[in-house]
Design a protein around this ligand. Structure first.
Ligand code: 5GP
Length: 184
């Protein structure tokens, strides 16, 4: 990978609305490709293999770590998540800007390897709103919700290590601001 400016990192706590924001961005800018991660977490209802994630068991995931097949990987709320190296390389070669929707440890690894990448942290308007969104989504059991809320506090505490912090008050406004950042 030689043009490091082509990597965009989008990070933010569970429930902040990354998915909605990304969907809008992809609809507006056809030159952005969203990397599909591998994970050991169970698929949520409606999630599809190869579309939302590559769902792997721990053995396979660890094998891929050993074979250096990840650009970065991290453990989050009890599961492994990682960015497959080959597809990112391929898309960069084809001239796409690659968007990585990853948590803070992975973001740190990418920023260390590719200092020219653009890192954005999406913040919730307030923490109570975040909890409401995670609960309303109804995709996680109580134990997983607690882990995610705990993790959210930690992630927010290190958000100042990112190039830009954006508060997600309103999806349209957030999307506009991100597109502007990509153009500068
Ligand atoms: P979820 O289980 O809600 O889909 O994702 C949990 C967290 O893992 C989110 O913060 C998401 O951004 C992050 N994540 C998803 N894919 C990757 C990845 O490939 N690498 C890293 N480091 N984090 C990821």
């Amino acid at each position: 990978m030689n043009n490091q400016k082509k990597l965009i990192i989008l990070t933010g706590p569970s429930g902040v609305g990354k998915g909605t924001v990304i969907k809008e961005i992809l609809g507006k800018d056809k030159n952005i490709w969203l990397s599909i991660s591998a994970t050991t977490r169970q698929p949520r209802e409606g999630e599809k293999e190869g579309e939302n994630y590559y769902f792997l068991n721990q053995e396979k995931f660890k094998e891929m770590i050993e074979q250096n097949l990840f650009l970065e990987w991290a453990k989050f709320a009890g599961n492994y998540y990682g960015t497959p190296l080959s597809s990112v390389n391929e898309k960069i070669k084809k001239g796409f800007n690659v968007l990585l929707e990853i948590e803070v440890e992975g973001a740190k690894q990418i920023k260390e390897k590719f200092p020219e990448s653009l890192s954005i942290f999406l913040l919730p308007p307030d923490k109570a709103e975040l909890e409401r969104r995670i609960r309303n989504r109804g995709t996680e059991k109580e134990e997983a919700i607690k882990k995610r809320l705990l993790r959210a506090s930690y992630e927010i505490s290190v958000s100042n290590q990112f190039d830009f912090e954006l508060i997600n008050h309103n999806v349209d406004e957030t999307v506009m601001r991100i597109i502007k950042l990509l153009q500068t």
